[in-house]
Design a protein around this ligand. Structure first.
Ligand code: SF4
Ligand code: SF4
Length: 433
């Protein structure tokens, strides 16, 4: 029987691959085509492929349930063509109305706009969502969570980079980054740091006491002397000053930009040019509002290692805070004829990022890890923080509700991920033995 929206809401299912948009809200919509985003293009991360290898039946069942809920006539698994073993294993299992679309081994193949274009040939207009072209997109782990018909209390994530045993682990939500690194055999460097979520779109972390949430897809562990650490920790004042003086307006950042190549009016070199006039946020760079923060312009395109991505995102946030928007007519948008020539192969990207020395695999190992404490942030989804429904001292069991969205607020239910007693309630709920 297909799960209902009410059940999916009660299980606290959110988009497991990024912002954590509540899945029951997404699936209230109508779409012609439901796409499974199995592109997973962040270098060294392997969670989605591993889930499709181990839980292929369940993921396809979750995808089919999502397809039926939005009323789509077709469902498509978007996965890189190089994963021939996964494609061969899934093909005989595909139900009626479902197909596989083989994708190129490039970055950012998993960007929703790129994925929808590759699967449907339709360009999502700037500032819109996939539904604008009749598509809905869900992540592999989200489909699995729908199929498992139970509260979301665990998380899959790849631990890669400077660790002894790169691995995809399955752990209770709320364990620490440090525990996750230990499950990968520990770091191979002293005083490690990490990029949480990936080398391209992750966030820098040098405190491993923070918790794994429902949206943590992976960790790239690094030594403090790795060049990416310098890139991620450069202060805005330096980004701005160096950018203003060193950008030679070669336009490579724009020519590589996947959104520009889809025909969106974003040209990061213009945002860089604006630095010279102290014009971040001025009308000539309105297009930065369409930046998806993929980081390709900074990490791959710029021959001078400047940071147009951060210039665009600072600009974008200023525009948003001022309430300024650029409405683009859909019929003005056409993919660039050079789009397919300018896709960036993952192997080139790995080389450029300085990740070549790391093992590029992450086999799934499920060892039933039992923590002695979990910390469950009340905000680990898009929308407003959930409101705790438990108090210090309350006993809880795995799967018990510990927080719910406020009435009428966008959000997701949060459940206990271990048996124990509540030891703290603040902006998180802590459970200990
Ligand atoms: S981060 Fe750079 S390449 Fe990516 S969308 Fe933004 S401007 Fe384009
Ligand atoms: S690629 Fe680098 S140097 Fe060239 S325009 Fe963009 S920011 Fe400037």
């Amino acid at each position: 029987m297909v799960a209902t929206l009410e059940q999916i809401e009660s299980w606290g299912v959110v988009g497991a691959g990024g912002a954590g948009f509540p899945t029951h809200v997404k699936l209230k919509s109508s779409a012609e085509i439901m796409i499974l985003n199995a592109a997973e293009c962040e270098p060294l991360l392997h969670k989605d492929k591993e889930l499709l290898r181990r839980y292929g039946d369940e993921v396809l069942a979750g995808l089919d349930a999502a397809r039926q809920l939005v009323g789509a006539s077709e469902a498509v698994v978007g996965i890189k063509g190089k994963y021939t073993d996964v494609i061969e294993a899934l093909t005989p299992k595909l139900p009626a109305g479902m197909r596989i679309q083989a994708l190129t081994d490039t970055y950012p193949a998993g960007d929703e706009f790129v994925l929808v274009y590759d699967v449907t040939g339709r360009v999502i207009p700037p500032g819109k969502i996939p539904l604008a072209v009749g598509a809905a997109v869900i992540n592999v782990e989200t489909a699995l969570n729908i199929a498992q018909s139970a509260p979301v209390t665990t998380k899959f994530l790849t631990i890669a980079g400077a660790v002894h045993n790169p691995v995809t682990i399955h752990v209770p939500v709320g364990i620490t980054f440090g525990e996750a690194v230990e499950l990968a055999g520990g770091a191979t460097v002293d005083a490690p740091v990490a990029l949480i979520g990936g080398a391209m779109m992750g966030s820098f972390c040098d405190d491993f006491s923070g918790p794994i949430t429902k949206t943590t897809g992976g960790m790239i562990v690094l030594g403090r002397d790795h060049p990416l650490v310098h890139r991620y920790t450069l202060p805005w004042s330096a980004i701005k000053t160096i950018g203003a003086s060193a950008c030679d307006q070669c336009n490579f950042c724009t020519y590589y930009c996947p959104r520009y190549l889809l025909g969106h009016p974003i040209e990061p070199h213009k945002a860089m040019r604006s630095l010279g006039f102290n014009e971040v946020g001025e009308p000539n760079v309105l297009g930065t509002q369409f930046c998806c923060e993929c980081n390709l312009c900074s990490m791959m395109a710029c021959p001078e290692d400047l940071d147009p991505k951060n210039v665009c995102t600072v600009n974008k946030r200023e525009l948003a805070s001022e309430g300024r928007k650029w409405e683009v007519e859909a019929d003005e948008v056409r993919a660039d004829m050079h789009l397919s020539n300018r896709r960036v192969p993952i192997q080139r990207l790995i080389l450029k990022l300085g990740l070549k020395q790391f093992t590029n695999e992450g086999p799934l190992r499920e060892n039933g890890y039992q923590p002695t404490q979990v910390v469950l942030p009340l905000k680990q989804h898009a929308g407003a923080p959930a409101v705790a429904t438990v108090a210090v001292g309350d006993p809880v069991k795995v799967g018990d509700v510990i927080a719910r969205p406020a009435t009428g607020a966008l959000g997701a239910v949060i459940h206990a991920s271990m048996d124990g007693r509540v030891t703290d309630v603040s902006d998180s709920v802590t459970i200990g033995n």
